[in-house]
Design a protein around this ligand. Structure first.
Ligand SMILES: *[C@@H]1O[C@H](CO)[C@@H](O)[C@H](O)[C@H]1NC(C)=O
Ligand SMILES: *[C@@H]1O[C@H](CO)[C@@H](O)[C@H](O)[C@H]1NC(C)=O
Ligand SMILES: *[C@@H]1O[C@H](CO)[C@@H](O)[C@H](O)[C@H]1NC(C)=O
Ligand SMILES: *[C@@H]1O[C@H](CO)[C@@H](O)[C@H](O)[C@H]1NC(C)=O
Length: 344
């Protein structure tokens, strides 16, 4: 059965009458306050108190405290960078942005929240608290932001980005572990790696490997290590290893050498076979038709001239001709000297 509409007002009057004006304990407190710490996210959330939706619109006040300070402080734009004073939503988001700075990640922070009635100052619920936290101590680390895998020779080259940026790397660092397995084999773990560039060596060439990468947050001064979440599974086939590659390189080199040698041999053969023709092409002066014309007019003389111009080989031939003729002349002179008849 629904309560009559007047019921909230009656409840309020009752609260007023029953409690002293400065007692805040009568409004139901927010329930199940929780702090969500994931990578850089810092969000406090809660549920409305059991009656608060019936007593009218309530607003919430969030306060924080460091161990060094005695007093609680309101979460305001000037104190933490966000306005969580007199808010009607049931969460307060401290996550650092360009506008808000959030809580420093190594600070020890305690938080509490209560409900208040906006029009009735002094009417507030009890405080609901979350346990103290330090971001780096309590945070849940996500998987690496990106994982790029390049298959290598019997290896996998992994490049990854951190789950989130660390502002103070001298204090806190990420270490990485790689979980990997060949199909139907047991997973293996390699790490820790400090570098965001990792090479998995000694893998079978031309085999499929699956892998997941995990970041660990290491807080040196506190000797504290937080395990991150595993990245999604990704699978890759390694390429041929060095010896297989070397074989291929040698084969290609030998084949290239053999074909070049064959080509060179063919060239030499052709040059030898058609030496005369090639000489003719390369040495003939450009005016061939005119020469041929003259040659046709007086074949014998132009043949000799042409031969004279041509080459040493033909010069030799010409010399031998003159030698022959000169020795003929000598023979004739000799036979004349011996008194032999000049005509035979
Ligand atoms: C953080 O502060 C709380 C009290 O405010 C204290 O109990 C706790 O021990 C502190 N934690 C660390 C790690 O200093
Ligand atoms: C904070 O937010 C509430 C609700 O949005 C608003 O009423 C209040 O004026 C804000 N306070 C400041 C200081 O801006
Ligand atoms: C943070 O971690 C400490 C112990 O490591 C624990 O006592 C505390 O309750 C945690 N805080 C939260 C909000 O979970
Ligand atoms: C992992 O896979 C889930 C669903 O398969 C997807 O929503 C998520 O974005 C993936 N994460 C990364 C880092 O790729």
């Amino acid at each position: 059965m629904r309560p009559p509409p007047l019921w909230p007002l009656l409840l309020l009057l009752h609260l007023r009458a029953a409690a002293p004006a400065d007692s805040p304990s009568q409004l139901p407190a927010p329930r199940n306050p929780k702090i969500w710490l994931y990578n850089t996210e810092q969000v406090l959330s809660w549920e409305p108190g059991s009656l608060s939706h019936e007593v009218g619109p309530v607003v919430y006040q969030v306060q924080f405290k460091y161990p060094s300070s005695r007093e609680w402080s309101d979460v305001t734009v000037s104190s933490v960078g966000v306005n969580c004073s007199k808010i009607s939503v049931t969460e307060c988001d401290f996550t650092p942005t360009s506008l808000s700075r959030g809580f420093l990640r190594y600070f020890n922070v305690s938080l509490r929240v209560r409900a208040e009635l906006p029009g009735l100052p002094g009417h507030a619920s009890a405080w609901a608290s979350v346990p103290w936290f330090q971001h780096y101590r309590n945070v849940t680390i996500g998987p690496p932001g990106h994982v790029w895998v390049t298959p290598g020779e019997g290896s996998l080259v992994i490049k990854l980005s951190a789950p989130f940026n660390i502002a103070d790397p001298s204090m806190v660092t990420f270490l990485y572990y790689v979980h990997y397995w060949e199909k139907a084999r047991n997973p293996q773990v390699k790490g820790p790696f400090r570098d965001s560039s990792i090479v998995l060596r000694d893998l079978q060439p031309l085999s499929e490997y699956c892998l997941q990468v995990q970041a660990h947050l290491l807080w040196k001064s506190q000797d504290l290590s937080r395990l991150g979440r595993l990245s999604n599974v990704s699978c890759h086939v390694t390429s041929a290893d060095a010896s297989t590659k070397l074989q291929r390189v040698v084969l290609v080199a030998v084949a290239t050498f053999l074909s070049l040698a064959g080509l060179a041999g063919a060239c030499v053969f052709l040059i030898l076979r058609f030496r005369g023709l090639i000489k003719y092409w390369f040495h003939s002066p450009p005016g061939i038709p005119a020469q041929i014309e003259e040659y046709l007019k007086d074949p014998a003389q132009h043949m000799l001239e042409a031969l004279d111009q041509e080459s040493p080989a033909e010069d030799d031939a010409w010399e031998s001709v003159s030698e022959v003729s000169s020795s003929e002349q000598e023979q004739r002179a000799l036979s004349r000297a011996e008194g032999a008849p000049a005509t035979l």
